[in-house]
Design a protein around this ligand. Structure first.
Ligand SMILES: *[C@@H]1O[C@H](CO)[C@@H](O)[C@H](O)[C@H]1NC(C)=O
Length: 312
């Protein structure tokens, strides 16, 4: 009884909804979680919104309605993409105004390299960005102290999730592949977002965020539970004598880490993982030194990734 009360108070303080096991995990990781204050979280979400906003404006400038049509996307779809683009601009304006009102200097847009050369790639990447955006807001929620900010962030989260579902449905993917969303930490999100960021204005406010070494999936085609998938990291190599057993392939899910079978190539850079059961949709895989019994993946145990995989 006493333990339950402590857990409930703790959960209320952290503004999270999670399983009791995760609450226990979070209790030991409070220092790590409180690294970012509310202004930092707003700067972080604004950084993501700038990326999305620029992405849609650039894509809609690159491709005409006729080119959308040639790619199999009708007028209604094109107009909805225009609306999504307008939403991202509104999110940038909303967060910028919020930061100014709080007395902070909002970060400005960076320079990006999206590498998009077709309508198909534009829409596929848009869908991934919306999924990552949704997971970013969800994962940041527990770090927001001010309940007013939490509601404001939630009001954006639900719209990013609708964008994601709409784009996924139009890509002939399940619009809602699982019953709970995967939460990502700011560093995990930044690891994926930083691949698109070329440079940012020198005057941009600094906040505590970092990218882990990148992880790339080299297997293409449809992926389902039981399949073997090849991944590689360029910046991480297993040290000589290191046992691959120390390294874990982990999917980040709402209910904690799900471990996947991992075999390491002798070069220490290439790995093969087996997709575990119960993981569907846009999923996030990372390599971690975390204990197999851990109920969260502490950022300090991440070796490479995350990367995303679409799992049927
Ligand atoms: C727009 O086109 C440029 C030049 O081809 C390309 O580098 C960029 O990635 C494209 N961006 C989008 C979002 O389509």
């Amino acid at each position: 009884m006493k333990t339950n009360t402590v857990l409930i108070v703790l959960a209320a303080a952290d503004l999270i909804v999670a399983s009791p096991l995760q609450w226990l995990g979070l209790q030991t990781k409070r220092q790590v979680l409180s690294q970012m204050n509310d202004a930092d979280i707003l700067q972080y979400t604004l950084t993501l919104e700038h990326l999305e906003d620029k992405f849609y404006r650039e894509g809609l400038a690159n491709f005409t309605k006729a080119e959308f049509k040639a790619a199999g996307y009708d007028k209604a779809f094109y107009e909805n993409v225009q609306t999504i683009s307008a939403h991202e601009t509104a999110h940038v304006q909303f967060l910028t105004a919020g930061l100014k009102a709080a007395g902070a200097k909002p970060v400005a847009e960076c320079k990006y390299a999206f590498g998009i050369t077709s309508v198909e790639a534009f829409i596929a990447t848009a869908s991934v960005l919306e999924g990552v955006g949704t997971s970013a807001y969800l994962g940041a929620a527990k770090q927001i102290a001010n309940k007013g900010y939490l509601t404001a962030a939630g009001s954006i989260l639900t719209i990013e999730a609708r964008h994601s579902a709409y784009l996924r449905a139009n890509l002939r993917q399940s619009p809602f592949p699982q019953s709970q969303e995967n939460p990502l930490t700011p560093d995990q999100v930044h690891t994926m977002a930083s691949g698109f960021i070329k440079s940012c204005p020198a005057g941009n406010t600094k906040f505590p965020i970092k990218a882990f070494p990148g992880l790339t999936v080299t297997t293409s085609g449809k992926i389902k539970a039981g399949d073997q998938v090849h991944v590689q990291t360029n910046k991480y190599a297993l040290a000589k004598g290191d046992k691959a057993a120390k390294l874990h392939a982990v999917f980040v899910t709402a209910n904690g880490p799900v471990h996947a079978r991992l075999t390491a190539n002798k070069d220490g850079i290439h790995f093969t993982i087996t997709i575990p059961k119960g993981i569907h949709g846009q999923s996030y895989l990372l390599l971690s030194n975390c204990d197999e019994a851990a109920t969260t993946v502490p950022d300090e145990t991440v070796v490479a990734g995350p990367t995303y995989l679409e799992i049927q």
